[in-house]
Design a protein around this ligand. Structure first.
Ligand code: NDP
Length: 309
């Protein structure tokens, strides 16, 4: 019994190499060198075509290659009771926090303006934005949102966070549940989305919610593109209600060449690079969970399929 990776070759090859190096005793197959279906006990994937899983009668584990599992849980034929796990990687949490801080400071410290001045040979100083106009709100206080909130707090920002269940984090105002979302939005000059994509969070950043942000607010999205209703974001950027956005994720990836967000002068758009997970971490967590399942233990980092994350 062994592990099958169902991934594009540029990912499958390094993941399979890590699996083989970390667990020489466990057979590993890639899509390109297929296994006998009844020997597959675990599949590593990011997204799958419907109907694929039913071909593996002895499958006991589905390992997402990412922190988010929306693509896998969205499959209509996900077998009931099959454990699905995700990657939880402390290095990835730090990488995302670095990205969010970089994108935010670029905006709040007006670096594009000073770069333009430098190109024009202009020596001109502008007043610093006062801290009371740099209040940060973080949507999602999970492994990534907590790292982001703590990073802002360490830099002296006033930080609030929002999650489904109430958290208690030193120095962070923790709000929870739908009823407290308007309060978080109203006090977020910088809004950072680190939510997972679920039926409850799909389209959560629509016109009415984004309009509740203070005038001149800035949005950073490192969750999933589908959290944002992109035409609504464009309207609020064009009307000037939002000063700008840093988007690492999009409803369609790669972004179509003529997408107006990709070309918007007040949008910093990056190709889903806020974090780049380690192949060894992905492989190591899958191997550990295969061994746990073989020993009758529950897998680590299993997702709550009913909640969607
Ligand atoms: P976690 O599961 O650890 O945390 C999710 C957080 O969101 C929790 O605090 C949870 O609340 C909260 N949440 C979920 N649903 C709701 C809701 N309906 N209302 C309010 N709060 C909600 O996930 P991670 O932090 O590890 O990852 C978050 C997402 O980041 C991933 O799903 C993925 O989409 C994205 N990501 C993006 C990357 C990139 O490169 N851009 C890389 C990695 C991840 P509670 O604590 O109460 O459960």
């Amino acid at each position: 019994m062994g592990i099958l990776t169902l991934l594009p070759p540029q990912v499958s090859d390094p993941v399979a190499a890590s699996l083989r190096r970390l667990a020489p005793d466990i057979p590993v197959w890639t899509e390109q060198a297929a296994a006998r279906a009844d020997e597959v006990e675990a599949i590593m994937a990011w997204r799958l075509q419907p109907g694929v899983l039913s071909a593996y009668p002895r499958l006991r584990l589905l390992c997402s290659l990412a922190a988010g599992v929306d693509k896998l849980l969205g499959m209509p034929d996900l077998p009931a009771g099959l454990p699905v796990t995700r990657v939880v990687d402390p290095r990835q949490q730090v990488e995302i926090a670095q990205f969010v801080i970089a994108a935010t400071l670029r905006h709040t410290r007006e670096l594009p303006r000073y770069e333009q001045q430098q190109r024009n040979g202009v020596w001109q100083r502008h007043p610093l934005r006062p801290p009371e106009q740099c209040r940060v709100g973080v949507l999602g206080l999970g492994s990534i949102g907590t790292a982001v909130a703590n990073a802002f707090h360490a830099l002296g920002f006033r930080v609030s966070g929002w999650s489904r269940s109430r958290k208690s984090l030193p120095g962070i105002a923790c709000l929870a549940g739908q009823a407290e979302l308007p309060a978080l939005l109203a006090q977020s000059d910088v809004l950072v989305c680190t939510l997972p994509l679920t039926p409850a969070t799909h389209g959560i950043l629509n016109y009415s919610r984004l309009a509740q942000l203070p005038e001149g607010a800035f949005l950073v999205n490192v969750g999933r593109g589908e959290h944002v209703v992109e035409p609504d974001l464009l309207r609020l950027l064009d009307s000037g209600h939002l000063a700008g956005a840093a988007l690492d994720v999009f409803g369609t990836e790669p972004v179509p060449p003529h997408d107006p967000l990709w070309h918007h002068e007040r949008v910093m758009a990056t190709p889903h690079i806020a974090a780049q997970p380690s192949f060894d971490v992905m492989a190591g967590q899958c191997i550990e969970n295969v061994r746990r399942i073989r020993s009758g233990l529950p897998p680590l980092n299993a997702v709550d399929i009913a909640a969607g994350y």
